[in-house]
Design a protein around this ligand. Structure first.
Ligand code: HEM
Length: 166
């Protein structure tokens, strides 16, 4: 349990912390930076952010699921009727939903933004407005998904941290 808690809290801090920084500071700053913001996204991709984040999120979920299995005596119903069990379950559900949105919406959108930023650099003048319009549409989509994910992770942080006192 000690090893699982260290893995769980360590990866959870990394996942939720990075996401909150991205949603509330980095993404708005990149939006204001215009095309340079797209280049920052390209560099983040080269640093394998889009590969590291899902692995860290999965570590949080799997270690959490394992602890939940142990603490609930194999998912016993009585555990899920206690305040502790309900609070942990709400946090788990919120973070799993955040993970799904991250994989299904954020990841492909950010990858496409990085790809477009690369094409933009070598694009002909007549191609730029179309690429720019697509970039704006994708940025709005990515920003919405990032904000939704961040709020879900805030729910997870609050319910996980408070669980044992409920
Ligand atoms: C970003 C998402 C998450 C964060 C930030 C997070 C954070 C935490 C923290 C800080 C604790 C320690 C609470 C305490 O000691 O009082 C904890 C405990 C726990 N978490 Fe999470 N968690 C997340 C996701 C999940 C998920 C997805 C699951 C299950 C599938 C889960 C299951 C658990 C369980 C069962 C405990 C209780 C461990 C114990 O009392 O020994 N967590 N979590």
């Amino acid at each position: 349990m000690v090893a699982l808690r260290i893995i769980h809290i360590g990866s959870g801090v990394f996942w939720a912390g990075s996401l909150l920084f991205l949603a509330f500071f980095l993404a708005p700053a990149m939006g204001r930076a215009g095309p340079d913001g797209g280049r920052v996204m390209q560099e983040l991709q080269k640093a394998r952010l889009m590969h590291v984040m899902p692995v860290v999120a999965l570590l949080t979920i799997l270690s959490g699921a394992w602890m939940m299995w142990t603490l609930s005596g194999g998912l016993h119903a009585r555990f899920f009727r206690s305040g502790y069990g309900i609070s942990l379950t709400i946090g788990a559900a919120a973070s799993i939903l955040a993970f799904i949105i991250g994989l299904a919406v954020m990841r492909p959108t950010q990858l496409r933004i990085g790809e477009l930023a690369g094409r933009m650099a070598g694009a002909m003048d007549d191609e730029r407005p179309r690429l720019g319009a697509e970039m704006t549409r994708l940025r709005t989509r990515a920003a919405r998904a990032t904000l939704a994910t961040a709020w879900l992770l805030i729910v997870a942080i609050v319910t996980m941290a408070a669980a044992r006192y409920i």
